[in-house]
Design a protein around this ligand. Structure first.
Ligand SMILES: Cc1cc2nc3c(=O)[nH]c(=O)nc-3n(C[C@H](O)[C@H](O)[C@H](O)COP(=O)(O)OP(=O)(O)OC[C@H]3O[C@@H](n4cnc5c(N)ncnc54)[C@H](O)[C@@H]3O)c2cc1C
Length: 421
């Protein structure tokens, strides 16, 4: 592999080109590089101001552990042991409070909450130890096919010839567009206001989701008397929150969370994200596979985006495992692409539909929908088998209906089993 200066001047041959250095692209480059593939990662420098956190659920921890990332972030990761739903709609028909305990399905925790900045840093550190991954800090400008391989152009003028291209260049992906894959976009009349909080009472490892008429208001434990908050509001409500001075904002947030965490203080800045969704019409085509937000964008409800991206990466590396060298990879690409597209479809569609349903059922003004939502939550909370099914499915996709020990893999890998009493 040529050094970086040479790379700028000449055409580059590699097994795999990964476009995009967000969470999905970095993870894909690390996972594929760890398998021994030659990887070029085209990753323009990312902004360093993201104060968000990510809740890693179920299998996500396993994958990060196998990649040598988990050990780096574990000291700063906070366990989510209880998920609590509180109906704060103020409507006539309200669901009862519902608690879901990881212990009930034999887990120590549903997952762990980590700061995005620390997570990105940990993946970059792990990547720096993989010699066959070469990072070029330039965006991709186009993708064509030449001589049976993909030819990817970079902003600096270099052309990368790769057997396989992994598009992780985000929602407006140039790679996806160049590969001719269309998308379906939709939006919601809501904005998520996001921040981190300090509070005077302990959270007891409980993630609390208040269901409000404008959307979920979700607190996720982040550390000792610290939590992250995603507050989904209508556009004008979000604007009002953003404009409040700190003292008024702290009081307003404490009021909305019914003082369950005592006095609260916003730590750092507020960020806002307009709620929308997007799904690619195909997840792979030709010599290109899509991972992360290049293929699926969710509103920040239910902690889905990166967890789903990790399953994209796990599916891809399942298909590239055992392949040696560019030639063999090139021959296998048609099978990889076909199977990847087929395997990701069900998971992405199911998660998109469930997040959409939860959000829209909260917004719906129709009484029958409100009744169904309330009854659904009441049934989940009071009927043991259904509750356990939902918890398993929420933690590990597809495990809800598996046999007696659906979390065997999670327990084995995380090694944090707590015997259910
Ligand atoms: C408020 C909020 C809370 C969230 N909480 C959670 C959570 O708790 N759990 C969870 O699983 N998910 C969560 N998510 C979702 C998660 O953050 C995203 O799914 C994830 O960050 C997306 O990563 P990505 O790498 O796919 O995309 P991006 O982060 O958009 O990365 C794309 C990268 O591609 C680069 N790029 C752009 N153009 C080019 C080009 N031409 N060539 C090369 N590179 C290019 C960009 O610079 C960028 O670095 C949350 C999202 C939000 C908004």
């Amino acid at each position: 592999m040529p050094d970086r200066a040479e790379m700028k001047r000449q055409d580059i041959e590699t097994g795999i080109l990964v476009a995009g250095g967000g969470l999905a692209g970095l993870t894909a480059a690390l996972a594929l590089g760890s398998q021994g593939h030659d990887v070029v990662l085209a990753a323009p420098p990312a902004p360093t101001t993201d104060g968000r956190t990510t809740a890693l659920l179920g299998d996500s921890v396993n994958l990060l552990e196998s990649l040598g990332v988990w050990d780096r972030i574990e000291p700063d990761a906070h366990a989510l042991r209880i998920m609590r739903l509180i109906d704060a709609t103020g409507r006539l028909l309200r669901a009862p409070q519902a608690d879901f305990r990881a212990q009930e399905i034999g887990l120590d925790a549903f997952g762990y909450n980590v700061a995005n900045a620390g997570l990105l840093q940990a993946i970059r550190e792990a990547l720096s130890g993989i010699e066959n991954v070469h990072i070029i800090e330039e965006p991709v400008t186009g993708l064509t096919e030449e001589g049976g391989n993909a030819a990817v152009t970079l902003l600096g003028g270099a052309k990368v010839h790769a057997a396989l291209v992994v598009a992780a260049d985000g929602r407006n992906s140039i790679v996806r567009q160049s590969a001719g894959i269309g998308v379906r976009n939709w939006s919601y009349p809501q904005v998520a206001v996001v921040c981190n909080l300090r509070h005077t009472l302990p959270h007891n490892d409980i993630s609390t989701e208040f269901h409000t008429p404008t959307g979920p208001f979700t607190l996720v434990p982040l550390g000792d008397r610290r939590s992250s908050l995603v507050c989904v509001e209508d556009a004008s409500g979000a604007e009002r929150l953003m404009e409040l001075d700190r003292e008024t904002l702290n009081l307003e947030l404490e009021r909305r969370m019914q003082s369950i965490l005592g006095k609260v203080e916003v730590d750092g800045k507020l960020q806002k994200f307009a709620l929308s969704g997007m799904m690619a019409e195909k997840f792979a085509v030709g010599r290109t596979v899509l991972v992360g937000e290049t293929s699926h964008v969710f509103p920040p409800i239910g902690a889905q985006g990166y967890n789903l991206s990790l399953r994209d990466v796990a599916t891809l590396t399942g298909l590239t495992s055992g392949i040696r060298g560019k030639e063999q990879l090139s021959e296998r690409v048609p099978v990889i692409v076909r199977q990847y597209d087929a395997r990701r479809r069900g998971d992405v569609h199911a998660r998109t539909a469930s997040v959409d349903l939860l959000n829209r059922s909260l917004l719906s003004p129709y009484l029958p929908v409100q009744v169904l939502r309330s009854l659904g939550i009441a049934a989940l909370s009071s009927f043991g088998p259904l509750r356990r099914f939902a918890m398993r499915e929420g933690a590990v996709a597809g495990s809800g209906l598996r046999g007696a020990d659906p979390f065997g893999r999670v327990r084995q890998s995380i090694g944090r089993r707590r015997d259910a009493s």
